[in-house]
Design a protein around this ligand. Structure first.
Ligand code: WTA
Length: 657
């Protein structure tokens, strides 16, 4: 899937969209950019005062004295949950629907702002009663439910730092995160419903806690969802529904510094174990609010739907915090896009009259395929006329998928916000603004106002438009990562590397700007991070998992392009017992796939497994990954292999199973 550099179709924002847009037209966009250029601190200070409730106003906008450990609005105090709930009730939105929850089986529950407030307060009181304090870390291992959002907001209310672990991660992955973050409590559920199936959560949590390495965990709070039988450890485990039952529906928020960590979210890096990305309260919330207004042009009557999971950053910014902070009505969906059939998204848009729909290219591509020979699940079989804006996130959207989305889902009338951002950036960085930016399929277009994105070469020097390079951000922004939990050195090395001068934020992606328009197109990761169906996976993580299998002597993992998932995981394995062939090879490949699925989670399962007597190495013993990438693609190796110690290995590895 090559990002199209030749793409020249231009789609202008529809005129009636521009009329009412938050940023109406390119002039308005340029004015905001110019304001940020002219008076950086004044720009951010103004927006922070206008958009956030401050218990105590800040006196300094940005403190750069310990860069790259930037501090924003540090002496101001606020609370994220107060901003999302109480403030909206004070504005008269108490009876407005905050969440339209649609369960896997189609059951719909609506929760008003007042009800959400009451539920969050009850949970916050219960957490406080257990002794959980401001600054304590709480792991949340739940699926897409109202309770999941309540748990996050309740932590925020009392200043506890939540760390959500995606419900598809394994016991081992959960354990690693519990230990690294030093959690005092885990909030989970008995199980989760997905695609008509009931899957366990509490049992996996028990397994994670079973090794005795998670000694800090004093409480496990279990939400009843599936009714699956679970074992409850006396003195440690309690039911969420029971502990909140008698709590008050008010709870004084913990007023925290804007720099107080709101959450830590683990994500894959190019080396070693996942990194705990630490976000702030004030700056993070500010950007969640501004991007809801600027990118999503949110209006009081909108029905906003982000299909992400709360286990990923998109679910944090555009489910738990952003939409609630702006007083919007949002859809929260428990299930999967293909159950009971591949028309589920379209059916839900029609039923709930969604106006803004935000999803991932991988979902779009799979629904294109599913509807190509089944009209009944094609968007045209549904009334999608409520939609006015579409969004895309997580990976590059190929122009074909963009066009299909634009024409079939958006009826050629809805702008598409192709939002480039990362776990580390907290919110959108580069995206068309729907009432301003002319769109070009496959390009995320221009940086948001105040975001100083640029493309540089390996020495950190600007490259001219038209030349590819490394995507960086030249100035800090409020919602940027504050540090890697427990590892400030790794934070500096990963994101502000010396080679680039030490003051540029390194995104980890390659990009190119169009010669004429200056538009950005993301060309993919420049490190050892893969993007499979919009999920970030570190190749090293999968490699260490494979070599931990008793059969495996050595393993190398690379990505290859895949029409459906964007990238696919391809592994090259050397077994201790020699190279298997035929049925034996197939059997072991399946075993290894399941091993990775069990150790990390199903999303990390390799697509291709290839066996060799060895891996291609240089004379100094370095694995030549660039050759493996060529083989993984099924292409002929045309590169120079003269430094290769064992060229014959390549033929073995070419053999697909
Ligand atoms: C990729 C998800 C192209 C990119 C919010 C980035 C994208 C990584 C886009 C972050 C986009 C995300 N176009 N690539 N619109 N959005 N990416 O941390 O490689 O899960 O570095 O955050 O996804 O993934 P993460």
């Amino acid at each position: 899937m090559e990002p199209s550099m030749q793409e020249n179709r231009v789609f202008n924002p529809p005129a009636d969209f521009v009329k009412n847009a938050a940023i109406p037209g390119m002039e308005a966009y340029k004015q905001l950019c110019a304001e940020a250029e002219r008076d950086f601190d004044g720009f951010w200070g103004r927006l922070a005062r206008e958009n956030i409730y401050w218990k105590k106003p800040f006196t300094q906008v940005l403190d750069e004295s310990k860069a790259p450990f930037y501090k924003w609005f540090e002496d101001g105090t606020t609370n994220a949950s107060y901003n999302c709930l109480d403030r909206n009730i004070e504005k008269g939105l108490g009876s407005k629907t905050a969440i339209i929850f649609e369960a896997d089986d189609g059951a719909v529950t609506k929760v008003s702002y007042q009800e959400m407030h009451d539920r969050v307060c009850k949970m916050a009181n219960a957490l406080r009663k257990m002794g959980i304090q401001s600054g304590d870390r709480v792991i949340i291992y739940m699926a897409m439910t109202i309770e999941g959002i309540v748990a996050m907001q309740a932590c925020a209310r009392i200043g506890a730092i939540h760390s959500v672990v995606f419900g598809g991660f394994s016991a081992q992955a959960l354990r690693d995160r519990i230990i690294d973050v030093g959690a005092v409590a885990v909030i989970t559920a008995d199980g989760q419903f997905r695609g008509g199936k009931s899957l366990p959560l509490k049992a996996i949590c028990d397994e994670a806690l079973s090794t005795g390495e998670c000694g800090n965990v004093k409480h496990v709070i279990v939400s009843k969802r599936t009714g699956t039988e679970v074992s409850m450890t006396a003195g440690r485990d309690v039911w969420m529904q029971e502990i909140v039952a008698n709590e008050a529906t008010t709870c004084e928020p913990e007023w925290v510094s804007a720099e107080h960590p709101l959450f830590i979210l683990y994500t894959s890096g190019s080396t070693g174990k996942p990194k705990g990305v630490q976000h702030s309260t004030g700056g993070y919330l500010l950007w969640a609010i501004l991007t809801m207004k600027w990118t999503f042009d949110i209006k009081p009557e909108d029905v906003f739907w982000c299909t992400a999971d709360i286990g990923w950053v998109t679910g944090h910014s555009y489910i738990t915090y952003g939409p609630l902070a702006v007083g919007a009505t949002e859809i929260v969906f428990e299930g999967v896009p293909t159950y009971p059939n591949a028309g589920r998204f379209w059916d839900m848009i029609q039923k709930h009259k969604a106006t803004i729909f935000y999803t991932a290219p991988t979902a779009i591509r799979s629904l294109i395929k599913a509807s190509s020979n089944d009209e009944s699940v094609h968007p045209k079989s549904y009334d999608l006329s409520s939609l006015r804006l579409l969004g895309s996130v997580g990976e590059p959207i190929n122009p074909e998928a963009w066009m299909w989305y634009y024409e079939n889902v958006g009826g050629s009338r809805c702008p598409i916000a192709d939002t480039f951002w990362q776990t580390e950036t907290g919110g959108h960085m580069i995206s068309p603004l729907p009432g301003a930016t002319p769109m070009i399929p496959g390009s995320c277009t221009l940086p948001l106002p105040g975001i100083m994105a640029a493309i540089v070469d390996e020495a950190g020097h600007d490259v001219p438009n038209g030349n590819g390079g490394i995507l960086v951000v030249k100035r800090p922004w409020p919602s940027m990562i504050r540090t890697i939990w427990n590892d400030p050195d790794r934070f500096v090395k990963s994101y502000f590397p010396e080679e680039l001068g030490g003051n540029l934020y390194l995104a980890g992606d390659g990009a190119i700007r169009n010669k004429d328009t200056g538009y950005f197109t993301i060309t993919g990761r420049i490190d050892d991070v893969l993007n499979v169906s919009g999920h970030r996976m570190g190749t090293m993580e999968i490699e260490s998992c494979l070599v931990a299998n008793p059969l495996v002597a050595e393993a190398a993992v690379v990505g290859r392009p895949d029409d459906m998932t964007g990238e696919a995981i391809c592994v090259f394995v050397v077994l201790k017992g020699g190279r298997p062939t035929g049925d034996e090879a197939k059997k072991i490949a399946t075993e290894l796939r399941n091993w990775v699925g069990k150790e990390i989670g199903p999303i990390a399962k390799p697509k291709d497994v290839r066996f060799g007597d060895n891996l291609p190495k240089t004379r100094s013993g370095k694995i030549m990954r660039r050759l493996l990438r060529v083989i993984a693609k099924g292409e002929e190796v045309t590169q120079d292999t003269s430094t290769l110690e064992n060229p014959a290995i390549l033929d073995q590895l070419k053999e697909a199973l």
